[in-house]
Design a protein around this ligand. Sequence first.
Ligand SMILES: Nc1ncnc2c1ncn2[C@@H]1O[C@H](COP(=O)(O)OP(=O)(O)OP(=O)(O)O)[C@@H](O)[C@H]1O
Ligand SMILES: [Mg+2]
Length: 214
Amino acid sequence: MSKKVASLENISKTYGKEDLTVKALDSVNLEIYKGDYLAVMGASGSGKSTAMNIIGCLDRPSAGIYKLNGIPIENLSDDELAEIRNQKLGFVFQQFHLLSDATALENVTLPMIYAGIESDQRLERGKNALKKVGLAERMNNRPNQLSGGQQQRVAIARAIINNPAILLADEPTGALDSKTTEELSSILSNSEVNFEIEKIERILDSKSKSMNKN
Ligand SMILES: Nc1ncnc2c1ncn2[C@@H]1O[C@H](COP(=O)(O)OP(=O)(O)OP(=O)(O)O)[C@@H](O)[C@H]1O
Ligand SMILES: [Mg+2]
């Protein structure tokens, strides 16, 4: 059986305070195995983005346990979570979140700066990723000089640039016509994402060892 990469155990998320609370997630259970290709479906406001943000370590649950490779993320510091997000998780946001003053190529290469990859390699990998999503001719355009679908492709290229162990995409084709949706879905499913979880294991193993020492 393949290895369990992530699990949500009775995860709840409540936003707001006192009378104004919204329970976005109520005891959600989910197990994600290596190689899984999962889709989360539900009405607008049903909590899909909330769940994705927790799975992507962008937010912490109000209750329940979220584990990556068997380790509860509540045991990880903000710095360790940031390292995991940068190196192991790829995220395509519902609203793209591209930097408006940066070109397509600069947007795509940014995660590699945080990952400490040297400049020549950043440029080469960034150009290849943009070619892969069909944007070879638009690398030096800023987001406001690109169509919605082209911006979404830049966001996908940025999400896959560090070969993430887990790729999360929040309605990556939500606002697109069906032909572009088909093209982008095939880019996502053929994105050569490296589902090897060796490196995430290394970060989490060193964490569990130091936890055992304490
Ligand atoms: N930061 C927040 N503060 C307060 N309430 C929030 C916040 N974020 C989301 N919510 C509420 O939590 C619920 C779930 O929102 P969420 O964005 O997860 O839904 P969704 O399924 O992704 O919807 P959509 O399909 O429209 O993107 C909604 O009722 C929303 O209004
Ligand atoms: Mg959403």
